[in-house]
Each structure stands twice: as C-alpha cells, then as structure tokens.
Design a binder for this molecule. Structure first.
Ligand code: ZN
Length: 418
C-alpha cells in the first residue's frame, strides 16, 4: 500500500492568472540589479509565488513526479541549501544586464540564495538553477598525453598521476521567451504555440499566460568545465581556449568508433590544459544535445540506414541519411549556445577547438572574437569515423587539410553492421 501524500488532493490550475491575492514577483529580464530583475520562482511548494512556466530539473521533473506519486517524496519538501553555495565566484559581468545577450539561462542562477536573501526570509522557495563546484578529473588519454610529453604535470593544474583540477558548473535552462523569439526571428506567439503543441500540450500556460515570460523547458541543460585561473576567462589580456561539445554518449562514455566525439573532446581538454598552464584558462562546455539534439533512438536508426544503404556507409550520403529519418540534418540550434560564454564574461577566444561553422558563426555573431580555430589532429580520428569527418569537411566545416571532391567522397567507406 503506497503512502498517502499529506498534501491536499485538490488540483490547482495555473492556466489563468489568479483573480485574488498578491501578484507574483515580476521578472524584468536583463535588469542590472538582481532585485530589479527579480528571482526565478519555479518551485511548486507555493503555487501563488510562481512567476514562470515549467519547473526545475528539466526532464527529471518527471522522476520527481514519480517520487511524489509513489509516496517517496513529500511534494512540499523545501530544499535545505546549507553549504551549497558556489565554490568559486563567477560574475556578475556587463553581459548579464544586456537583455538580448543571455536568453536561455538565468545569470543569477548560482547566486540566487545570496542576492535574493530577503525573499528567502519572507518564505519564498527559490531554487538555484546553476550549481558550481570543484573536482579532479582523470582520463586515460590525458595520462597518455603526459607520457608522450604533450602535457606537463605542474602540481597545481595537472597533478601527479594525471589528476586534472577543474571547476565545474551545472546549468539548467531558463528561457526568456521574448528574447528567444527575437533570437530566432519569429514572434513570441509562434514560439509559444509551437512549444505548447510539440510538448503534447504539456504546458497550457504557454498559450494562456502571456504575463509569464520565462519558461523552464523539460530538457537537459549543460555543464561547464573550467581549467586554470577563473579570472583569466573574462580577461582579454590572458589566453583562453574553448571547446563547446554536444553530448554523444556512445563515443564520449562508451568509446564507439563511428564518430570523433570523444577524441575531439579530449583534444579540447588537452588544449585547455596547455592554455591554462600558459597563465590563461580553458573552458569546456558540455551540452546535453544527444545526436544533434535528435536523440539516441533517431541516431541509431540513422546508423543502421547508413550502413545498410546501397554501397554501404559512405561520406557522400552522410547528411542525407539523417535527413531521411529525422526530417532535418541537425536540431542543435547553436543560436542559444553562446549564452553560456556571455555568462562567463568571455569577449575573446584565442583557441576555439571546433570545426563547426554553425558554432563559429553563432559565437562570432553574438559579439565574441575568435582568434584561432583548431581542428582535430588527423591521427586522433578513428578509422570508422572517416565517413563523418570527410562528409563534414566537404560540407564546409573548418579544416586546415584537404577537402575531398564528390568522387573521392563516395570512396570514403565505413564498416558494415558487424
Ligand atoms: Zn559522436
């Protein structure tokens, strides 16, 4: 017999503004003073306080629902935030108070309990949307780079044994809908309607509550790994290396050889360490956009389609197979990606470890200078990933090497399904 939840069984609909009682605290997105900007209140413990659509933890909100439904979590649990404050201070930076610069995360998300202390005293349940901590990471490829003399142990950034000291920040998406619509050059109404419909009507407030302009979408967020001096990130006089990496679980974690994701990620970390050891900093942004934001089911369907097509897996048909299954080649929308770089106060990137033109264009168009682009070294590309890399280069991705013509592209073949 499951435990009965102690909270009222009465369902409170929030699809229309409350006619009585005080209005929720306004959010003035882009205001320089956090108290003027207002806190993001997405918790469900006091529904009258909510000033956004959606709730915390992205897709994990559904697991929270199961925990509440099964009686293992009290729905009115309020987080005890003792000792959870950031280990390192990031910002505020001038970019935080330009409404259009950051529209997909809350720049005050890490320091909410500090800047909104007076609201906590009044009983508001405000949860951080960003958490910052420190860690040591260790990857076999980095140990190999030390053994081969490409990386040095300095005892501070890179410890003996290959432990790399990092500061890491987990960031939940917080979308300012008017700013997001502007970024995509569509109306806010069009954006709200598509979000409402494509989530199966999950958030009615998207279409009924135009007074609520901020949405916490049920998607994965991102993690930032910082190597070296944090102060150097926003200092244009210090060198900065950046890799923006979109999640690829199959390669990143399991070492699949069909793509270059993990080798590229590790190369990015290596460049970050070198840059940090020169007195600068390195930043890895890890975005939860599995399979070009199409998801792993679509990705594996595409793998099969690629390897079973006539003539086998070929570089000249690489993008086409994705489009057949998904309807598009890519759904990552790099337009929102530079927000995290502006949150970090970045104005110039000395070494951008990426071949992607979409990422390059999004970053430079958002006002950040990129000095040098770094492609993955040839000897780090797995044999079966030749199809991906040659197709990308032929499609115009950045490279310092040769680009194949249509005939040679058809000759680049991957392994069959074995
Ligand atoms: Zn991959």
């Amino acid at each position: 017999m499951p435990k009965q939840n102690s909270v009222s069984r009465h369902i409170v609909l929030t699809s229309h503004p409350s006619r009585s009682g005080p209005k929720p605290i306004a959010i003035n997105w882009g205001a320089a003073d956090p108290m003027q900007r207002g806190p993001v209140i997405a918790t469900l413990t006091k529904s009258a306080h909510r000033n956004v659509i959606g709730t915390h933890s992205g897709g994990y909100a559904v697991y929270r629902a199961l925990a509440v439904a099964s009686g293992s979590l009290q729905s009115d649990h309020i987080a005890d935030l003792t000792n959870t404050s950031p280990t390192e201070r990031i910002g505020p930076y001038p970019s935080w108070s330009v409404a259009d610069k950051i529209v997909s995360l809350d720049p005050y998300g890490a320091i909410a309990s500090e800047v909104f202390a007076s609201y906590y005293e009044q009983g508001y349940d405000i949860r951080p949307t960003i958490a910052i901590t420190k860690a040591h990471i260790n990857m076999p490829e980095l140990q190999e780079a030390i053994a081969k003399g490409r990386l040095q142990v300095d005892g501070k950034i890179m410890k003996p044994g290959g432990d790399l000291v990092v500061t890491k920040a987990a960031i939940e998406p917080v979308w300012y809908l008017p700013g997001l619509a502007k970024r995509f050059n569509i109306t806010e109404g069009e954006l709200r309607r598509a979000l409402f419909e494509q989530t199966g009507g999950m958030f009615p407030e998207l279409v009924t509550r135009s007074d609520l302009e901020v949405f916490l979408p049920p998607i994965g967020g991102l993690t930032v790994y910082i190597v070296g001096d944090l102060e150097a990130i926003a200092d244009p006089n210090k060198p900065l290396a950046v890799r923006v990496h979109d999640e690829c679980n199959g390669s990143d974690v399991f070492g699949s050889d069909i793509c270059t994701c993990r080798p590229y990620l590790v190369h990015g970390i290596e460049v970050c360490v070198q840059t940090a050891q020169e007195g600068g900093a390195g930043v890895i942004v890890y975005c939860r956009k599995e399979g070009r934001a199409l998801g792993e089911v679509t990705k594996f369907l595409v793998y099969n389609a690629r390897k079973r097509q006539e003539g086998g897996d070929r570089a000249d048909a690489y993008f086409e197979r994705t489009e057949c299954v998904a309807g598009v080649q890519d759904m990552r929308f790099q337009e929102l990606m530079p927000d995290v770089l502006h949150w970090l106060g970045i104005t110039r990137i000395d070494r951008m470890v990426s071949m992607s033109n979409m990422k390059f264009d999004a970053i430079t168009q958002s006002g950040i200078e990129i000095v040098e682009r770094i492609a993955i070294p040839d000897d780090l590309i797995p044999q079966d990933a030749r199809v991906e890399i040659e197709a990308k280069k032929a499609a115009g991705y950045f490279t310092t090497g040769d680009v194949l013509d249509a005939n040679s592209l058809a000759d680049v073949k991957g392994r069959g399904l074995e």
